[in-house]
Design a protein around this ligand. Structure first.
Ligand SMILES: Cc1cc2nc3c(=O)[nH]c(=O)nc-3n(C[C@H](O)[C@H](O)[C@H](O)COP(=O)(O)O)c2cc1C
Length: 250
């Protein structure tokens, strides 16, 4: 399913500064965003352990660090960051309530002369079965809110001990896409063919060609008749990629 236009073409990525309703409302109201993303949530929330989950900012030129775990928004010198943060402590259901609250705060026409309501990208993670449930919850919320919703599956978090990012594993990726196709089919059937939301996958940095080829291979496969139900194309409408800055020593 195609994504609605993102105007202006700027949106935040999933991160700790889009955790609360207040932060999401501020991002939604900003004239500079054309869409917003929530921090990654799980069906049941994620236990935040302040002794493990920490962050600091640093100045990339001097390597001077800021006070750990203190937001330094507005300080242009500390543009680097180090973190061991996990997912949001709030469950997906809480984010869907935030989305409803933001929706209820708007009138029957998009605010500020906009042509359409801004897209909300709901970032989620979990097992393939849990992601299928996340899809169903988000799709069920869609008819009750004004803005279009999309689901972004975070397959790339490096900070969860014992959980290799599934985006580095072709077999795991295949499992997610297969579960998603079934979830999309179930929601389409239940809604009489009306409700389908766009789904994206967030991938980690890939550094060699086999990683790209593995991803493309599974995406192509997910649109072919080996993955049921065969009437549906690939469940993936968009890919969120993060950049890798490489300095050439020569
Ligand atoms: C402190 C911190 C927390 C993050 N948390 C999440 C998260 O919950 N979900 C997610 O998909 N990405 C998360 N990310 C990754 C960012 O969304 C983004 O993809 C990454 O930082 C690369 O973008 P950048 O080069 O602009 O920093 C996090 C990044 C940072 C620095």
């Amino acid at each position: 399913m195609p994504l609605p236009p993102i105007t202006p073409p700027l949106l935040n990525s999933a991160n700790p500064w889009c955790t609360t309703l207040e932060q999401l409302q501020e991002l939604y109201d900003s004239p500079h965003t054309g869409a917003i993303t929530t921090r990654t949530s799980l069906l049941g929330g994620f236990a935040h352990d302040p002794s493990h989950h920490q962050f600091t900012f640093f100045n990339p030129s001097t390597h001077a660090t800021s006070t750990p775990n203190k937001d330094v928004g507005g300080d242009a010198s500390t543009t680097g960051s180090l973190n061991t943060l996990g997912y949001s402590p709030f469950p997906l259901s809480e984010y869907l309530e935030y989305v409803k609250t933001i929706s209820e705060g708007m009138g029957d026409v998009p605010p500020n002369g906009r042509e359409s309501y801004k897209l909300v990208v709901v970032s989620v993670t979990g097992s393939a079965e849990e992601i299928a449930q996340c899809y169903s919850l988000i799709a069920t919320t869609q008819p009750n809110v004004k803005m279009p919703l999309a689901m972004e599956i975070n397959l790339s978090c490096p900070n969860i001990p014992g959980k290799t990012p599934p985006a580095y594993n072709t077999a795991a990726l295949r499992e997610y896409l297969a579960a998603l196709k079934v979830a999309i089919d179930v929601c389409l059937t239940k809604s009489g063919g009306v409700t389908q939301i766009s789904v994206g996958i967030k991938i980690p940095p890939y550094t060699y060609s086999e990683q790209f080829e593995g991803l493309v291979g599974v995406l192509v496969e997910s649109g072919q008749n080996v993955m049921k139900p065969v009437y549906l194309p690939t469940p993936v409408s968009f890919i969120t990629a993060m950049g890798k800055v490489q300095q050439n020593p020569l």
